[in-house]
Ligand binder design. Structure first.
Ligand SMILES: NC(=O)c1ccc[n+]([C@@H]2O[C@H](COP(=O)([O-])OP(=O)(O)OC[C@H]3O[C@@H](n4cnc5c(N)ncnc54)[C@H](OP(=O)(O)O)[C@@H]3O)[C@@H](O)[C@H]2O)c1
Length: 313
């Protein structure tokens, strides 16, 4: 089978021939139809994420999100059958998604909703679970009947555009922060209001917010000023400031929390359920063939993607 591989840290993966993996106990071999790019892919491949996230060479296969069809199942697997359409964020930190055939563990694999296509199914897992866990677990946003005022910073990005839709589905009042060119998109996917971060004093007259979910690495000090008295700020790009503020949480009414994704099939199921209800969809920024994974990474590294970058396999 073919896979995109790297033999050393860098941003130029090559198409190579690799042995077909065999599924072990509680594993499923998936014939991949699409993967999606997440910034962690190129941060890990380039070495930028070291030492938190290293890569194993030679033959490192990058990527975490995938959608495809079951090719074979290992022992103890009764819930998936050959040909079934599935999607996942691969577990662990070893990557592996940028290949024609990939082993997935049972605890992170889900059947795809019937009406979901492979691009949407590949775009949803990592970014969607990060948004869900940030809003529901870190920010304690109730999944229905929410009355909170929610600010999503980076509302047009891979994580942010899903956060806008998840927050909207709870009943919350959603305000999305994006540049002017993405304002219409962010409104179309469900934001009640948009704030253009390129304008001077963008937050004047907008506070307070009960929940702030940040996808761009905003300074916690700035966000704390925008929070209501018992509000919660959570960042999926936490710097040292977020961890320092988080350590003081016990003595503060306002909470600051980092989000570190924990992939699991149950949360992917929550996202699939929102899709089936028509409350959630993946916006596709661009599509690349597998052999052009490096170009897909360059698009992601530009920081300008609106929605998800899909790689067709
Ligand atoms: N902690 C975790 O477990 C976890 C999980 C997933 C992702 N992450 C991290 O979270 C970050 C976001 O991921 P992503 O996939 O959403 O990235 P992304 O899709 O590459 O984000 C790009 C988007 O960010 C917008 N943006 C850039 N600067 C902005 C600003 N100052 N204010 C508002 N919007 C801005 C861009 O819009 P414009 O073109 O209009 O600027 C663009 O639409 C990444 O750093 C990623 O590594 C962490």
């Amino acid at each position: 089978m073919r896979a995109m591989t790297l033999d050393a840290y860098g941003l130029n993966p090559q198409l190579t021939e690799r042995p077909t993996p065999l599924p072990g106990p509680r594993e499923v071999l998936v014939r991949v139809r699409a993967t999606s790019v997440n910034p962690i892919d190129w941060k890990q491949a380039s070495g930028k994420a070291r030492p938190i996230l290293s890569a194993k060479f030679p033959g490192f296969i990058p990527g975490y999100d995938l959608a495809g069809e079951v090719e074979a199942v290992g022992s103890g697997v009764t819930s998936f059958v050959k040909g079934q359409r599935v999607h996942t964020r691969l577990s662990g930190t070893a990557g592996g998604a940028s290949a024609e055939l990939v082993l997935a563990k049972l605890d992170v694999l889900r059947p795809m909703p019937e009406k979901m296509d492979f691009a949407q199914a590949a775009g949803l897992p990592l970014a969607g679970m990060t948004a869900l866990q940030g809003l529901r677990d870190a920010c304690k946003l109730p999944m229905s009947g929410a009355t909170q005022r929610v600010l999503v910073i980076g509302a047009s990005g891979g994580v942010g555009h899903l956060a806008v839709q998840i927050a909207r589905s709870t009943g919350a009042h959603v305000v999305g922060v994006c540049s002017g060119k993405n304002g219409a998109l962010v409104k179309r996917i469900g934001a009640h209001e948009v704030i253009d971060y390129t304008k001077p004093e963008p937050y004047q007259g907008q506070a307070p917010f009960d929940v702030i979910f940040d996808c761009v690495g905003s300074a916690p000090g700035d966000c704390l000023k925008l929070l209501s008295a018992h509000g919660r700020f959570s960042s999926c790009l936490p710097g040292p400031g977020v961890f320092a503020h988080a350590a003081l949480n016990l003595v503060r009414a306002k909470k600051v929390l980092p989000v570190l994704l924990s992939a699991n099939a149950a949360d992917l199921g929550v996202l699939d359920g929102l899709f089936e209800k028509g409350a959630l969809g993946v916006v596709v920024d661009s599509r690349f063939p597998l052999a052009e994974l490096g170009a897909a990474w360059a698009r992601s590294a530009s920081g300008r993607a609106a929605g998800k970058i899909i790689v067709d396999v």
